[in-house]
Design a protein around this ligand. Structure first.
Ligand code: APR
Ligand code: ZN
Length: 250
């Protein structure tokens, strides 16, 4: 593994327009469960009920019980891990132009990354479909103690998380910016994603086709391994903190 990490370090040192493409695996070491594979969220909660827009609009109480019982506590406790910090450090040094993430946990921003393109939104932001009032996860957790689903305190309207449910399209502007970043980078780091969900998973392919190097850092195989310049099957935190020379400044 060391040899591969050293090669990745050289690729990072030689690049000047790096883009990171991240998935749930980069937050696993922050205590946030991934979706697929052993113990994944979708092995316990059926996404067609808990993460589907039609089901949510029909009966939002399922989603809010999942939020109350599972999501809230994990989000509240989660802190960025060395993988998030390493990417923020690369941006600080002017070597990384964007983090494109499928994650909805907001940990890249908490780590100090500025240009974060959230393809699937951010579950920390909750808003009212009636009056657009915005609430935090703490606000809604309090409301859920009284009623599920939680009515908007301002207009009694329906609240929803600012995430992309299955059955919804990705935010156009964010996807357009992510596509442009992918087509103009000289190295794409695909970190902690099974790379099976489209259109997001097109982006590492677009980067490679546009001439960028492609490094995949993921526990377990992905469908894009065959087109990658390097595949490191190991923990994102370990690999990135070793591959980013000098690590985050103290
Ligand atoms: N380091 C590196 N990789 C890891 C780690 C780790 N510490 N822990 C887990 N992984 C790997 C898993 O083996 C898995 O291959 O991270 C990958 C996470 O894959 P998924 O759970 O499928 O998550 P992701 O690729 O982000 O899913 C994409 O699917 O359900 C939707 O909207 C959801 O954004 C999500 C999208
Ligand atoms: Zn309202």
């Amino acid at each position: 593994m060391d040899e591969k990490v050293a090669k990745l370090g050289d690729m990072i040192a030689g690049a000047s327009r790096i883009v990171a493409f991240t998935g749930a695996g980069i937050s696993a070491e922050s205590g946030i469960p991934t979706y697929r594979g052993e113990g994944g969220m979708w092995t316990k909660y059926d996404p067609s009920i808990y993460a589907n827009i039609d089901y949510f609009m029909q009966d939002p109480s399922y989603y809010w019980s999942f939020f109350h019982d599972v999501r809230y506590d994990v989000l509240r406790k989660a802190r960025p891990n060395p993988a998030h910090m390493a990417l923020a450090e690369l941006e600080k040094r002017g070597k990384l132009t964007a983090v494109i993430t499928q994650n909805i946990d907001g940990l890249h921003q908490l780590a100090g990354s500025c240009n974060v393109l959230e393809l699937h939104g951010n579950t920390r932001n909750i808003y009212c479909l009636g009056c657009s009032a915005r609430y935090t996860i703490d606000d809604v957790h309090e409301m859920l103690k009284k009623s599920n689903p939680p009515p908007c305190p301002r207009c009694s309207g329906m609240l929803r998380p600012d995430v992309v449910f299955f059955g919804e399209s990705l935010p156009e502007d964010t996807l357009a910016r992510a596509t442009e970043e992918s087509e103009n980078c000289d190295l794409m780091l695909a970190v902690g994603s099974s790379l099976v969900v489209y259109p997001a998973a097109w982006l590492p392919e677009r980067a490679k086709k546009s001439g960028a190097g492609l490094a995949i850092i993921n526990r377990g195989p992905t469908p894009l391994d065959s087109i990658a310049d390097i595949v490191i099957d190991a923990s994102a935190g370990e690999v990135l903190s070793a591959a980013v020379p000098g690590g985050p400044d103290p």
